[in-house]
Write a protein that binds this ligand. Structure first.
Ligand code: TUI
Length: 312
């Protein structure tokens, strides 16, 4: 069963072997991880997050050196550099763009003119319909099980509602970490999955070992959501940082105070392995993830388990 791939509208659209996409995680989705996922037959993404445009340019060029296979860039729309990165992907001839944390419609014309495949991440049926109407090639339907910035709906309910509402293919995200999740997503009508947390603990991921161990040891109830009061809820593994944040939030702290508390905290966790003061963004699926493997091992395991369950 290995190596045979699995054809869906998404694999055909993107020119990839397996319908598995890596999330565009801030600080985590850098060129080593993206190249490893693409080389393994999935779709690797560079997460532009809040990075300045020069940093994203370097990342894109490094992926191109490591793989000839398709890759993409995820643009985090709340970033001060979002507009510049939106132009950069055109100049660098990036084949696939995904977006997060906002509505990317003002960039559609520029991207579609040069043939970029545009895949917005959405957390509601309304935005999915709007994106389809604007000419998106597919959407990622992301449930609140995900790590990082999240919406309100769960994957189980969101995916089939979006599948029913639009004609373009749907990629399911949020809570998927093994072949069972993969198969379940397909049963809901998805034609690919996007995974973040599982890839954080891959061998090729450059994330600090302390962070990886926190995910590997995490139980079902070990993540929590901070920032609901700011309108930007974020899921992370519980630690001193999330406790302090929630306490301040309950005391009615201002947006600025809360921002200051978390400034640089994701970088601290990812690069320095500070699991106390750092922000350990991760999805609820962390409870299911129990070992470090190469991206190729992860993808082949999920595909063989998933295909057996789906009898495909
Ligand atoms: O974007 C993500 N996940 C992220 S972004 C991020 S960096 C960040 N850190 C702190 C605060 C904010 C961002 C960490 N993780 N996932 C994709 C995603 N997009 N999830 C939910 C959404 C979303 C939410 C609302 C997309 C659109 C939207 O509304 C758009 C509109 O304006 O109608």
């Amino acid at each position: 069963m290995h190596g045979q791939g699995m054809e869906t509208r998404i694999t055909k659209l993107l020119g990839i072997q397996y319908p598995i996409i890596q999330g565009g995680m801030a600080w985590v989705a850098e060129y080593n991880l993206a190249a490893a996922v693409s080389e393994a037959g999935g779709l690797g993404l560079i997460g532009a997050a809040n990075a300045p445009v020069e940093v994203v340019r370097t990342q894109i060029r490094k992926v191109k050196e490591l793989t000839d296979k398709p890759f993409g860039v995820n643009i985090m729309l709340l970033s001060p550099a979002a507009e510049e990165v939106a132009k950069l992907v055109v100049k660098e001839k990036v084949p696939i763009v995904t977006t997060g944390a906002g509505n990317p419609e003002k960039y559609f014309k520029m991207w579609k003119e040069v043939g970029i495949k545009v895949i917005p991440v959405v957390a509601s049926v309304a935005l999915a319909k709007r994106m389809a109407r604007y000419g998106a090639d597919a959407v990622v339907a992301e449930g609140q099980e995900s790590g990082g910035h999240i919406g309100e709906q769960s994957t189980m309910t969101l995916v089939p509602q979006i599948v029913d509402a639009i004609d373009i293919p749907v990629i399911a995200a949020g809570g998927i970490g093994d072949g069972r999740g993969f198969a379940a997503a397909f049963m809901l009508g998805a034609e690919a999955v996007q995974m973040g947390t599982r890839f954080v603990v891959s061998k090729e991921s450059t994330v600090h070992g302390n962070y990886k161990q926190k995910i590997i040891k995490a139980k079902d109830i070990d993540s929590e959501v901070t920032g609901r009061s700011t309108g930007h809820p974020v899921r992370s593994l519980r630690n001193k940082k999330t406790r302090e944040y929630l306490k301040l939030e309950q005391q009615g702290a201002s947006f600025e105070e809360l921002e200051y508390l978390t400034l640089g905290s994701l970088r601290k966790a990812v690069q320095e392995g500070d699991v106390v003061e750092g922000s350990l963004m991760a999805g609820q699926v962390a409870g299911l993830i129990c070992r470090e493997q190469t991206c190729k091992e992860m993808i082949e395991e999920i595909m063989s388990e998933g295909k057996a369950l789906l009898k495909r």
